[in-house]
Design a protein around this ligand. Sequence first.
Ligand code: FES
Ligand code: FE2
Length: 333
Amino acid sequence: MPSMLPGAPWLLAHKSMLATHQLRKVSVHGNDYVMWKDAVGDIHALPNACPHMGAMLSEGWCEAAGDSSSRVVCPFHALAFDAQGRTVLPGANKPTRPQMEPLELIVQGDFVWSYGGYAPKLTIPGVLNAIASQYTFMGFTADCSVETDLLSMLLNMHDYNHQNGTHRDLFRIAEVQFHQFVDQGYESHAYYDMPTAPYSLMEKLRRPDLFLLPSTLSAHMENHFPALVIFHGESSLGRVAQCHLFVPEAEHRTRTYILLFGRAKHPAFNLMGRAYLNFGRVVVGQDADILGKLYPNAPQKLRLNNEVGMDWVRKNFEKFSAAEAASKASVSP
Ligand code: FES
Ligand SMILES: [Fe+2]
């Protein structure tokens, strides 16, 4: 079974993650790219291996060219490549033909999507654009590469029983009251409540972000297979849409990060942005830690209640892969 779902769209970045003319290495489907934003805000991505002698272009720098475009300069012998992969060799006065094929990007507002060079098999979910139009962007956090395959990463995200283990320090979840799972194919919705054991006033004064935690965490998770899970939360101060993104960097390396959007009901909400981001960072750190400590081939003999989200992930993984196999079969003679 293919482990990286070629043909699915991946959100490689939110524009706020890219400072103008700063190079960023991104990986998808086992390939590395150098990505950057030019002076007019256009985003480019080239294969990261320099076509001269293979240096990592992302270790070089970016320079503005006269016409508000920009070039990425190799850190080894300083050849400068434009966004089409052309360079001007020393002594020559015109650019070479393209030496690399740029990665195709689909930019919608601040969202930078890519199919990683594969033919699209699934459309890009429009929900992020809808959220961006209704909420304020509060920042990104927890951008990290985890030593795990995409399937394990997604199973963890849709596992409603790991709060008492993986996240016990943070939330003191007393139980998970699962209410409903709405399966709409590659989209789904899960609703559950998690009553928490109370913190003392002393603890809260020491860590004021704990005031953010309601006595019951009510979760509505909106899932768009495979790249996106949105955790909708609401308190008296405001609403948040915490968007978890996933990118298969390689067979056993999966990137994840959070884009946080909020809508204030009370002015104090805006002061809490940092605290919300910090919660997200801690949660992802705890998940990354446990995922790095699993025996991948251990036989799984037990099953808990409410594993319906994980069933949904497995089912879609198989469905997507089967569609893939079928389309391959119809191409071959
Ligand atoms: S390796 Fe990049 S310029 Fe030589
Ligand atoms: Fe988790």
